[in-house]
Design a binder for this molecule. Structure first.
Ligand SMILES: [Ca+2]
Ligand SMILES: [Ca+2]
Length: 409
């Protein structure tokens, strides 16, 4: 009997201790979660990441589940599997789209899960949105379709977005604009009522509570380039008041000024036929692709196919300036009979100067860039070439734009 009682007692003891002793991992069973819930969860914002740390003294479990939320209602795990149970720190480098971030952490054993510990609400900084301007589509003589892509809302809702445009660079929402909804992502719009003889600057914008961001500027000129069969090239006057020669050169070669896949360049005028055609489309003081900046008095076509000649220095077509003309005739005039159309005055300014060759005169020693003259009050002196400083000059010498040429590259 005593033996029977002893057996029963031993059996009961075995049953009692089975909760903690019989299985390899006691937390596989529903033991009080208070015993193995991680504690002291802390989240710290770094430059581009968030470092989360916690404490856990128990070891009888399989790993951690770390979750995050923007509203403490909808939660998602920050890892695809469990975080190893030996780990006490995790760096979250996934993008956190909203300013509020909450974390919570569990320990997990088989299918059983502990209670969770919350981090405090972590406030991420909000910033300006980021946005890019999309290319043009559906271009007509008075309208164009374009749009933007809001790639980030800066963790704050996009209040409004669209495109804005102006006839001068860097348009803002104070200029003409479209309004195309809210939120991140792609949007499209159509701008109508445009003037085909004007150059427009267009860029997308997006506004959140921090402010307004702008995308890249794209340049729109609706006037189609005109084909000239003698050269097989296309030409157009691009209206760009006050543009410098170097900016005109760069803009003409930019992707946004391509025409039918052809890359443009400041026009190179190498025959009287080409000159006559270019003059017909010139609507104001306009830069062309000649300069003597590399060597004063040595005028070269430095753009387009001519710009590739002479080892990349460009085609030399003229030597000298007005004053050099008299002092050293050997260093003056067309090179190899190249076409030129420099301006001259029918009445000489000085008897010491050749009345028919005054430009390029390098006034002040700072004139290195060629343009086509355009004098509303003096048509007889218009459509000739003159040298000017890079930024142009005053009055009728303020640049109105440039002549772009396509073909031969
Ligand atoms: Ca040419
Ligand atoms: Ca000059």
């Amino acid at each position: 009997m005593k033996a029977s009682i002893s057996c029963v007692i031993i059996f009961l003891i075995l049953i009692i201790f089975s909760c903690t002793k019989e299985f390899n991992n006691p937390y596989d069973r529903a033991c009080p979660s208070i015993l193995w819930t991680p504690t002291n969860l802390i989240a710290v914002l770094n430059q581009a990441t968030i470092t989360i740390s916690w404490e856990e003294n128990e070891t009888h479990f399989d790993g951690f589940v770390l979750e995050k939320s923007a509203d403490s209602i909808n939660w998602s795990s920050v890892t695809s599997g469990l975080i190893d149970k030996t780990v006490r720190t995790y760096i979250d480098s996934t993008s956190n789209s909203r300013p509020n971030v909450f974390y919570r952490i569990y320990a997990k054993a088989d299918l059983n899960i502990s209670g969770h510990t919350y981090s405090k609400d972590l406030k991420l900084p909000i910033s300006l949105p980021t946005i890019t301007t999309t290319s043009f589509t559906s271009i007509t003589s008075t309208s164009v379709s374009c749009g933007g892509i809001v790639t980030s809302d800066g963790r704050s809702n996009i209040i409004t977005r669209g495109v804005c445009w102006s006839t001068v660079p860097n348009p803002t929402i104070s200029d003409s604009l479209t309004i195309n909804g809210t939120g991140i992502g792609i949007f499209m719009c159509t701008i109508t009522g445009l003037n085909p003889n004007v150059t427009y600057f267009i860029r997308a914008y997006a506004t959140n509570i921090v402010g307004t961001s702008y995308g890249n500027t794209i340049i729109l000129s609706l006037q189609y380039p005109v084909y000239f069969s003698t050269t097989g090239h296309y030409y157009r006057f691009v209206a760009r008041p006050n543009i410098s020669w170097t900016d005109a050169r760069d803009e003409a070669m930019s992707d946004s000024m391509k025409y039918n896949g052809l890359r443009g360049y400041l026009a190179t005028i190498t025959s009287s036929e080409e000159n006559t055609f270019v003059n017909e489309i010139t609507k104001g003081t306009a830069w062309i692709g000649a300069t003597d900046i590399a060597q004063n008095g040595y005028w070269r076509w430095v753009t387009g196919p001519e710009g590739l000649e002479d080892g990349g220095k460009g085609l030399l077509f003229w030597k000298g300036t007005g004053f050099q003309a008299k002092s050293d005739p050997a260093e003056y005039g067309s090179v190899n009979g190249a076409f030129q159309n420099w301006n001259y005055w029918n009445s000489p300014f000085s008897a010491s100067l050749d009345p028919r060759m005054w430009e390029p005169n390098d006034t002040g020693g700072v004139e290195f860039y060629a343009h086509i003259t355009f004098f509303p009050s003096d048509p007889a002196d218009s459509y000739y070439w003159n040298d000017l400083p890079n930024s142009g000059a005053t009055g009728d010498y303020i640049s109105a734009g440039y002549i772009i040429e396509y073909g031969g590259l």
